[in-house]
Design a protein around this ligand. Structure first.
Ligand code: ZN
Length: 69
């Protein structure tokens, strides 16, 4: 017996029981594996913001590149 895969909404942290209500909003790469998908309710998909940590890291990389190149 296999358990049905339930997605969790990134915006409200609630389970998404209806697969038709789940919207793929992002994919996160893993350091040692394939990574994972980020899901949200259809009504919450436009409210999900990018990961602030990833944005901060990318900003530092871009600033460093701009100053060195
Ligand atoms: Zn939600």
């Amino acid at each position: 017996m296999t358990a049905a895969l339930r997605h969790v909404c990134r915006y409200c942290d609630e389970s998404i029981p209806d697969p038709d209500d789940a919207v793929l909003v992002a994919q996160v790469g893993g350091n040692s594996g394939p990574g994972w998908n980020i899901w949200a309710h259809r009504a919450h998909a436009h409210l999900v913001e990018p990961d602030p940590v990833a944005i901060r890291i990318m900003a530092r990389i871009l600033i460093t590149q701009a100053l060195w190149w």
